[in-house]
Design a protein. Structure first.
Length: 94
């Protein structure tokens, strides 16, 4: 058994749960993920009550270490997506 769910499996699940054709479910999933991405790019948080909150977190430039050469390297500043699960999600997983 695989430890992850593929996009195809997710689309199949959405299609069966919502009574949609797989093509429609794939379009809905693409619209959903696109809307989240667009909001994050625009500097907004996305909160789905009971599920969780997506936000952008800024990482400052920092020093790191190359694991092969053990030399110190500079890691550039970057942005990353942060997800904080909601209470219902935490309760469901636990």
């Amino acid at each position: 058994m695989a430890n992850s769910v593929t996009k195809a499996e997710l689309v199949s699940h959405i299609a069966s749960e919502a009574g949609l054709k797989k093509v429609q479910a794939e379009k809905a999933l693409a619209a959903f993920t696109g809307a989240i991405q667009q909001a994050l790019v625009g500097g907004k948080k996305v909160t789905l009550v009971g599920f969780g909150t997506f936000s952008v977190q800024h990482r400052k430039a920092r020093e790191g270490r190359d694991p092969q050469t053990k030399r110190t390297i500079q890691i550039a500043a970057s942005n990353t997506v942060k997800f904080k699960p909601g209470k219902a999600m935490k309760d469901a997983v636990n």
